[in-house]
Design a protein around this ligand. Structure first.
Ligand code: ADP
Length: 349
């Protein structure tokens, strides 16, 4: 049973650089939380503060209720896997893994058993005598994971561990890591800038932007009910349509839909899969710019009269062609005004 509590943690590197700005986050026992955000949003700095590799400027970090804020890494119950695996290339796999246990003066038999067990866990049974520079990138990252796990940390910290691997390997490894994490029920904080990685692995995603938390929610909620325009635009593809609400109707030169909010400027955020194409009428009329057939679905590009480009995902591109006039019919959407969300998800009728 291990929980992580981050309370109002900030990190200031200089008067201009506030890498992490008053972030609070509780990670439950056995939960895998992904820190997701663009480069420079403070994800690594936050993770490194949890691991003890950076000292917070303010705030408190506790593991199982115990304050670890200013403890050095080796005195924290955390295990970290870095982007570049940082294995010792002059040692074989066994010695890389046994190192921490030897420092702790564990008996030889126990060390051998634990190395064997952890190699089995990461799918590298029998690789103990290999030199690490004779391993592929994926195998090296598996050893790095094993090295973090062998000390049985309470909290596992992963900093973009698959960033240097190719797409296929990355997909396979993230499934394996998630399986291992679920099997061990180990509380995990995972940094990534890849939304697919976050959506497929996380119990909860924390979207970071400029050192702050934009939204912390389950992946499906982050995708379907983004609370800020940043989150809406960062995850998946999103159409933003700027217009005006008057008397309960959102109006744009090419589109008009019912929207029960107060009068004023509004930006609709509509997913391509929620933007249906219908016969044009006096509420909406747009000309198709391009049709792309992806085999599993079609993508229709449309340019609105104000220059906005939008995409509609359709099950089959067959009924559509460039130059054809259609009507836009958003099935559901979020509405924002001045970066604030206006009530819940709207379903157009
Ligand atoms: P991310 O992991 O989201 O890419 P980082 O946590 O690495 O973001 O960086 C957040 C901000 O802090 C960036 O502006 C970065 O340049 C700055 N930063 C990170 N580490 C240092 C450091 N050691 N010294 C000064 N600035 C740093």
């Amino acid at each position: 049973m291990s929980t992580l509590s981050i309370q109002g943690v900030s990190k200031r590197f200089s008067s201009e650089t506030i890498a992490v700005d008053r972030v609070s986050l509780d990670v439950a026992d056995g939960e895998l939380v992904c820190l997701l955000g663009p480069s420079g949003s403070g994800k690594s700095t936050l993770l490194r503060m949890v691991g003890g590799f950076e000292d917070p400027t303010s705030g408190r970090i506790a593991i199982d209720g115990q304050d670890v804020t200013h403890l050095p890494p080796e005195r924290r119950p955390t295990g970290m896997v870095f982007q570049s695996h940082a294995l010792w290339s002059h040692m074989n796999v066994f010695n890389n893994l046994a190192f921490g246990l030897k420092l702790r003066r564990r008996p030889k038999v126990e060390i051998r058993d634990r190395v064997e067990a952890v190699l089995d866990l990461v799918g590298l049974k029998g690789y103990d005598r290999r030199m690490t520079n004779q391993l592929s990138g994926g195998q090296q990252q598996r050893v790095a994971l094993a090295r973090a796990l062998i000390l049985e940390p309470k909290i596992l910290l992963l900093d973009e561990p698959f960033a240097s691997l190719d797409q296929h390997l990355r997909e396979r490894l993230r499934e394996e890591v998630r399986d291992i994490q679920l099997r061990l029920k180990i509380t995990t904080l995972f940094v990534t800038h890849g939304q697919d990685e976050a959506l497929s692995m996380a119990d909860r995603i924390v979207v970071m932007h400029d050192g702050r938390t934009e939204q912390a929610d389950r992946p499906d909620v982050i995708y379907r009910d983004p609370q800020t325009p940043f989150v809406a635009g960062f995850i998946g593809t999103m159409n933003f349509i700027k217009g005006h609400v008057e008397n309960g109707r959102f109006r744009h030169a090419d589109l008009s839909v019912a929207l029960a909010v107060s009068d004023g400027p509004v930006t609709l955020a509509v997913r391509p899969e929620a933007l249906d194409l219908v016969a044009p009428d006096d509420r909406s009329r747009v000309v198709i710019h391009r049709v792309t057939d992806f085999g599993t679905h079609g993508l229709i590009d449309l340019h609105l009269s104000d220059g906005t480009r939008v995409k509609s995902m359709v099950p089959s591109p067959e009924p559509f062609q460039a130059g054809q006039a259609v009507g836009l019919a958003p099935r559901s959407f979020a509405a924002f005004r001045n970066d604030a969300k206006l009530s819940g998800i709207h379903h157009a009728r």
